[in-house]
Ligand binder design. Sequence first.
Ligand code: NAD
Length: 298
Amino acid sequence: MQVAFIGLGNMGAPMAINLVKAGHSVKAFDLSAEALERVKAEGGQSAASALEAVQGAEVVISMLPASQHVEGLYLGKDGQSGLLAAIARGALIIDSSTIAASTSQKVAKAAAAAGIDFIDAPVSGGTGGAIAGTLTFMVGGSDAQLARAQPLLEKMGANIFHAGAVGAGQTAKICNNMLLGILMVGTSEAIALGVANGLDPKVLSEIMRRSSGGNWALEKYNPFPGVHENAPASKGYAGGFGTNLMLKDLGLAQENAIATQASTPLGGLARSIYAAHSLSGHGAEDFSSVIKMLQKKA
Ligand code: NAD
């Protein structure tokens, strides 16, 4: 299949590479030349612009940071000069970025008017899942649209869920990430407390992993350096899932909670904690670096 892939960051690059490995023809574009090189080195074709990438594409996949990037890409600043005008009628857009459900719905509506299918398909599983091709996809769209996307999603993920109509994938994703943000703060607090009391972080993490506190951070994404060799914490909190991206997701969850008058006290507190962490200069580090806020200084 002829695929255009736009946004080759920590997640997009390994996802695009998995499609190349599965035998698809992938024309990729990112604003960063370095990101483009990574995909080119694995057999992808590099395009000089998003416009060039979508020429002849049957499917366009985007993996961008936030709502404004996705809206800007497809609709353009004035709502008309975006990429939609250059994508072939009958093509399918799979947007895997985590953005506001309302933005997905807005772009989907404009796409439908141009005869293009659009689904939101945000993911979970981290960079490890993106590399291994074991991501969880949360899809918003029709049954027929999901059926079109399925063969490609299967090459990048192990779990594909149909959350509902367009935008529903994003709603599921912000519920999940609100929980993840809270769990990472809680896990960090517990490890910091144990370490302050002289416990070995590896031993304590293993005890909690196999006890009632067990969770994904303790399983594969420990915030304490050296516990999980491949986790960002053991690589100076580089790569992974940026604090600012977690902050964006917790903001989306709070916007939604305000709009629906939902009570999300821990989600709100977690957003404030990551906001303070970002303001102290840790916005570009992986979100598990939030443990630094909670540790005793040497
Ligand atoms: P990233 O910052 O590593 O990558 C984003 C990429 O998009 C960058 O390479 C940037 O140059 C590129 N970009 C921005 N605007 C562009 C444009 N107009 N045209 C082309 N390229 C453009 O981010 P990431 O960690 O890969 O995350 C991407 C999305 O996936 C975010 O919405 C994030 O919330 C979500 N997500 C991330 C993770 C994770 O573990 N990192 C997990 C699940 C979901």
